[in-house]
Design a protein around this ligand. Sequence first.
Ligand code: DAK
Length: 261
Amino acid sequence: MSEQTQYTAIITETQGRVATITLNRPEALNALSNTLIAELVEAATAFDADPNIGAIVITGSERAFAAGADIKAMLELEYSDILAGGLTSTWNGFEQMLTPTIAAVSGFALGGGCELAMMCDIIIAADSAKFGQPEINLGVIPGFGGTQRLPRAIGKYKAADMILTGRMMGAEEAERSGLVSRVVPAAELREAAQQVAEVIASKSRPSVQAALSTLQAAEETSLAEGLRLERTAFAALFATEDQTEGMRAFAEKREANFKHR
Ligand code: DAK
């Protein structure tokens, strides 16, 4: 395990081909300050560019994944301040990564915290996890994608219930509703996330990237367009060494030895 220390609001570590980013503002339940967001996006995009990293786990503390954007920092902001931040998402770099991200959620994932989890490709929840979009209680609405990703994940009626009432959803309801991939006992969360990340990181990088980009397209395009993209991506993988190796290994009844090319 190697830990890097150049950040103040996150901790980054790598173990083999898996990187972990831990949100680290315990005094504010990991509220997403501008510094935390900037560090998170910088660290994640650097890992994404590193061919030795095959999956990224994003996690918080036992008590909170993240309790949302930093309300105290937003208190004095006006309309013009938000506009000055630009209407292009701060998260653009993060959202366009082709290294799979796994949110390992324990405790509160509220507001921007729930939205961050939904920007990830897989969500593993501790049985203690609580998801919510409580912005309505503050006189605003979700602003990091919640009004768009939540209905895609759990459907219009559940999403409207969450966003209009601001109520929290426990891990069991979240799994039943399709918001999380798996629920595990809280004590096993880190290990479970690491294991899923290791499995993904052991696969051929080009096929993981092709799977992810076509999955991302499924959220945005028509079925016909998505199927065209899938066929093109499928055919392109036959230009990789790993496709030959993967199929040859199957025929020879042995483990594939992927070279990620
Ligand atoms: N921001 C700042 N500090 C927070 C915080 C937050 N979101 N959440 C908790 N804290 C702080 C508390 O103020 C408290 O600090 P001290 O008073 O000790 O100094 C400490 O963390 C512990 O919290 P509590 O004492 O409240 O702990 P409890 O167990 O009693 O309650 C709670 C836990 C999670 C239920 C409660 O803290 C809570 O309701 N927190 C707020 C949850 C929330 O409303 N989240 C949504 C935030 S709004 C944008 C796009 C999007 C956004 C912003 C901008 N742009 C495009 C510009 C996103 C907005 C949001 O996420």
